[in-house]
Design a protein around this ligand. Structure first.
Ligand code: AHR
Length: 518
């Protein structure tokens, strides 16, 4: 299968860092329009979200309950609901994360007053009252118009429990369907994406890969397809550099799965300080981009192991947790993973999405962690206030790439070697076509210098192009409650069309999207 090629030609990689940052970057983005293959698309699911019972992701973030003074629709807060509709969320993973392997779905159905409480042992010992359960999640997906992605409990649950959950959700008739109907939902929901455990090498049961492969085969057997519902079963995969896990799972269970997951966080390390979300120097910034881009090497290595067992790429790699992980904000519960989100996070989102676009032959879904108030969120909420993060705006800018046809491209740009020896291109790009438009998204990571980007495009005229830009005065700028937004999407017209070239002046530390009428 043909797929996006993006070779970064390191034209000036031999220049010293000082020389690199002394002048306007000159970059060329060559779109290979003639090589477009209409079968090579960017699955909308690359833009997936993840909502866990963790801190105020669900409670306060998505759900406030029908009796809340915060404006809501059947318990879902209106401001967040609208923001997520605007984002065109394609798929949402729930209820965890680590929470999933301690969650018993029967606790979250039926009259709220009868639902048992539990302690959320993974996340700060918070008391969970189960008022947000299966019905609340599936109804939310219907309201937003996204596919539900369920994470089943393998670590502390039973085969029967998971089998009955699938039946409760998807069967037209029978004992589980009757129970669902008694609880107010006549029609079954559709359930496509089913995760069988989460991080089964750790919080999901501390399995060895061999033991988990056996458990996976057993659990998934009893997850039946009722009344025309088709399941896309996803096995719990590796954490970043754990290639053995992928090897064993592919060897022992590949014929029983549609997807194998991968978790990769842009994080300094798991022990000690991860660094503050809003306080960092230039060196830290560039390091972060190097670490985030390493996901591409990691995908390549997992992919090549999978190729050994599955050269036709029938099993997808599902990156169902990714994003930045910083220290929690001072004064917040350390178990709640609440962090701010700056223009640096926006850069991580853009570079990661570009990387996923380059691997759609194997990577069919990703889910950024997480949708609200946890890690690299789309929205932050405080009482009745909501803030859209810089990352939210990146997802908004990139939405036209969902289900679009990939346009192969080459980027000629300088590169920068960052702390730890990783290499980061100054200018990155991604492009796709859909509905008669060519959408090109450009990123200039340089903190000081603009980039003059030339895009050869026959017959291009300025009035065929509409642009938007995301940038900020400072790379550590962020949006906060009770003040005007500092990082916001703005119209952009810093481009000229002449003699078959679109010339774009890309400001320092900016992300630009161009919508070009074909
Ligand atoms: O996203 C936060 C946590 O990170 C998830 O619960 C877990 O799967 C991962 O370790």
């Amino acid at each position: 299968m043909k797929h996006l090629t993006c070779s970064i030609l390191a034209a000036a990689s031999l220049l010293s860092p000082a020389m690199v940052s002394a002048a306007t970057e000159k970059a060329t983005v060559r779109l290979d329009i003639n090589a477009i293959d209409s079968t090579v698309t960017i699955p909308a699911e690359i833009y997936g979200q993840f909502a866990e019972h963790l801190g105020s992701c669900i409670y306060g973030g998505l759900w406030v309950g029908e009796d809340s003074p915060i404006p809501n629709t059947s318990g879902y807060r209106n401001d967040v609901l609208q923001a997520l509709k605007d984002l065109k969320v394609p798929v949402m993973r729930w209820p965890g994360g680590c929470f999933a392997d301690e969650y018993h779905w029967t606790d979250g159905i039926g009259p709220k007053e009868n639902r048992p409480v539990m302690v959320n042992n993974n996340w700060g010992g918070t008391v969970e009252d189960n008022s947000f359960g299966t019905h609340e999640f599936f109804n939310l997906c219907e309201l937003i118009g996204c596919e539900p992605y369920l994470s089943g409990n393998v670590g502390s649950g039973t085969v029967e429990e998971l089998a009955k959950w699938v039946e409760y959700i998807t069967a037209e008739n029978g004992p589980m369907a009757r129970k669902r109907k008694e609880n107010g939902r006549e029609k079954p929901w559709k359930l496509k994406y089913l995760g069988v455990g989460n991080e089964s090498w750790g919080c999901g049961g501390n399995f060895t890969p061999e033991d988990y492969a056996g458990a996976y085969r057993r659990y998934q057997t009893y997850c039946r397809e009722f009344d025309g519902n088709k399941l896309y079963k996803i096995a719990s995969g590796a954490s970043d550099y754990d290639y053995k896990w992928t090897d064993v799972l592919m060897k022992k269970a590949k014929d029983h799965m549609k997807g194998l997951s991968l978790h990769y966080y842009t994080v300094k390390g798991w022990n000690g300080s991860k660094g503050a979300a809003t306080v960092f120097d230039n060196d830290d910034y560039y390091w972060t981009l190097g670490k985030c881009l390493e996901i591409e090497d990691v995908i390549n290595r997992h992919d090549s192991i999978m190729n050994g067992y599955d050269p036709d790429k029938k099993v997808a790699l599902i990156v169902d947790e990714w994003g930045t992980w910083w220290d929690t904000e001072p004064g917040t519960n350390p178990g709640h993973l609440f962090q701010q989100n700056t223009m640096r996070d926006a850069m991580v989102a853009a570079l990661s999405l570009n990387a996923f676009h380059r691997h759609t032959d194997r990577v069919k879904m990703t889910n950024i962690a997480q949708i609200a108030n946890v890690l690299q969120s789309m929205v932050l909420t405080k009482d009745d206030k909501m803030v859209l993060t810089p990352t939210y705006y990146v997802f908004k800018m990139y939405a036209p790439h969902q289900d679009a046809t990939v346009v192969p491209l080459d980027v000629e740009t300088t590169t920068r070697t960052v702390r730890d020896g990783r290499t980061v291109p100054t200018v990155s790009a991604t492009a796709s076509t859909k509905d008669g438009y060519l959408n090109v998204t450009l990123t200039n990571i340089d903190l000081d210098n603009p980039a003059d980007v030339t895009i050869p495009l026959a017959d291009i005229k300025k009035d065929m192009v509409e642009g938007e830009i995301l940038t900020a005065k400072n790379i550590d700028d962020y949006n906060d409650f009770g003040r005007a937004e500092k990082v916001i999407l703005m119209p952009f017209d810093g481009f000229k069309a002449s003699k078959g070239n679109l010339s774009v002046n890309l400001p320092a530390k900016s992300i630009v999207s161009l919508k070009i009428k074909l």
